[in-house]
Design a protein around this ligand. Structure first.
Ligand code: XIL
Length: 325
């Protein structure tokens, strides 16, 4: 069998190609991961909940294993994530006053930076703070209830203070939808005018084959880049199912896999055009079998196939469309 081309080799002159991984996956699919990808993101292991479950309890083991793998194989590592309304333990918010919460965030960041900054190329300082609907810029979260509209700026200020040379990202989804994009752009302005606090905007890129609008993707790249920030594609996957579908669907058809391959080819053609502003393109998972979309938004949907490799680590048609140009 001819050797599978390597994504990271193919894209060496363009941008990093990353995958979200777990320590288990590094053991079972380590060969695929180290040959295909130049960057890793811990799928869950560096989030506040898993790594810092109680004020004086840290669970570094999984994150350490990921950092060690990245060092051993010369891979970049992204830090995901410091301030997020999900997967953050209740104790962070206990007491409910601003200063207490900020001092906890600061102490959390300090430990994360002390331990991992030498391995990490970019930090998702704040994840998903912008509201999907309505006129409010910010999502109604515990963080926002306590810190108010300052929450993102204050978080980035703390990160800058603790790690002055850090590379700091604001990361969000529904990033190419015009209404939410307008709000994210306003947030980037806030971060800029508060003292150039943000280095890059992270497009999560959780898309699907039914309603991805490539013109909006291109427009979004231009609009975000016009703010003077770099772009990172942080969690790319292309679901076979629409986000509004919450029931059981039909199994994958040859037609929707062909559409997926076509779209993956077009998405990467656009990314390549903007290689000067795009640092990295990370898939949210390495193979279909380990994609979070097997369980989100519902379990027991037909097997979703959102990534470039099947569960046997074999490249799909969409892989071919991404490497052949
Ligand atoms: C997801 C993980 O993939 C799941 O394993 C976990 O149960 C929930 O979080 N946006 C993000 C990621 O920023 O951290 C999320 O990851 C997917 C959506």
């Amino acid at each position: 069998m001819p050797a599978i081309p390597s994504l990271k080799e193919r894209y060496r002159d363009y941008f990093d190609i990353g995958a979200a991984i777990t320590p288990q996956l590094l053991q079972t699919k380590g060969d695929l991961i180290k040959t295909q990808f130049s960057s890793l993101t811990a799928e869950n292991q560096m989030k506040p909940g898993p790594i810092h479950p109680a004020p004086d309890t840290w669970a570094f083991e999984d994150a350490d294993a990921i950092a060690a793998f990245a060092r051993e194989h010369n891979l970049h590592l992204r830090g995901h994530t410091l301030v997020w309304h999900n997967q953050t333990p209740e104790w962070f918010y206990e007491g409910g006053d601003k200063d207490t919460l900020l001092s906890r965030v600061k102490a959390h960041m300090q430990v994360m930076f002390d331990r991992y900054a030498k391995d990490i190329i970019a930090w998702d300082v704040v994840n998903e703070a912008v509201a999907d609907q309505g006129d409010e810029i910010f999502r109604d979260s515990r963080y926002h209830q306590i810190l108010g509209d300052n929450l993102v700026v204050r978080s980035f200020e703390l990160a800058r203070e603790l790690l002055p040379g850090g590379y700091f990202v604001y990361n969000d989804y529904n990033e190419i939808m015009p209404a939410k994009r307008t709000k994210i752009l306003a947030l980037l302005d806030m971060l800029k005018s508060a003292g150039n606090l943000v280095d890059a905007f992270g497009f999560q890129c959780h898309w699907n084959i039914h309603d991805l609008d490539l013109d909006e993707l291109r427009r979004s790249i231009e609009l975000y880049a016009a703010k003077g920030v770099h772009l990172q594609m942080t969690e790319l996957d292309l679901s076979l199912y629409a986000s509004s579908d919450k029931e059981i669907y039909d199994a994958a058809t040859p037609e929707n896999l062909a559409l997926q391959a076509d779209l993956y080819g077009k998405i990467f053609a656009i990314f390549r055009e903007y290689k000067d502003v795009i640092d990295s393109v990370t898939f949210w998972g390495a193979t279909d079998a380990d994609s979070w979309l097997q369980g989100f938004p519902v379990r027991n949907r037909p097997y979703n196939q959102p990534l470039l490799f099947d569960g046997e680590c074999q490249p799909k048609e969409c892989f071919r469309r991404v490497v052949e140009f």
